[in-house]
Design a protein. Structure first.
Length: 210
């Protein structure tokens, strides 16, 4: 399957990203914007969910209408910044299961180091959407997807808010079967592996740790 990159240019998403980037945006507002953007992105990322026709009794008559056809979803945030995206997706799909993968980036090598992994026991029966606000070098995303693929889920998508070309290039090279959804493709990475212009450290801004 050819890798597909979806850049979401919806005006509401772009407006909210501008607020995210602003260094004057406080922790509460930043957290709310992450959740709202994620919800809007999830709406698009789940556009291909299958439907089935059912009959529903309205107050006036019987209606032939459609519901989700039993597709099971799991959201896997990459700790810790990915946690900030969970509320947004759960607003849309409250029955989904949540797993967690903990990876941090070594400041010297810029390589990801795993410290935690807990996935749903029935992940092999689910479609997975991996959550991380930033796709920078791509190493963390690649390693997280490597971990998930060992459990043989039905499919995997990756959803981020801001991506760097270097991260997209690595992810598409290593996992060409994974669809990537992002809201903004930025210019580049700096010498420290941060996305430019970006929005700083997403985890620190979500949790107020800096």
């Amino acid at each position: 399957m050819k890798n597909q990159i979806f850049i979401m240019n919806h005006p509401l998403i772009q407006h909210k990203i501008s607020l995210l980037r602003d260094k004057a945006t406080g922790v509460k507002e930043f957290r709310e914007m992450i959740s709202e953007i994620t919800m809007l992105m999830c709406y698009e990322a789940t556009r291909d969910l299958p439907l089935k026709e059912v009959e529903i009794e309205t107050p006036l008559a019987v209606a032939k209408t459609k519901i989700l056809a039993g597709r099971k979803i799991a959201f896997i945030p990459i700790l810790r910044a990915g946690i900030g995206m969970v509320d947004g997706v759960m607003e849309l799909i409250p029955a989904a299961k949540i797993g967690h993968i903990g990876l941090y980036r070594d400041p010297e090598t810029l390589r990801p180091v795993k410290y935690y992994s807990k996935l749903p026991s029935d992940i092999d029966d689910r479609d997975v959407i991996v959550l991380d606000p930033m796709l920078a070098t791509g190493g963390t995303a690649v390693d997280a997807i490597d971990i998930i693929k060992k459990e043989k889920p039905k499919s995997i998508k990756f959803m981020c808010i801001i991506a760097a070309p270097e991260g997209v290039s690595l992810l598409t090279e290593k996992h060409p079967d994974v669809q990537v959804y992002c809201a903004a493709m930025d210019e580049k990475l700096n010498d420290h592996g941060y996305i430019v212009p970006g929005l700083g450290d997403a985890g620190d801004r979500i949790f107020g740790t800096k």
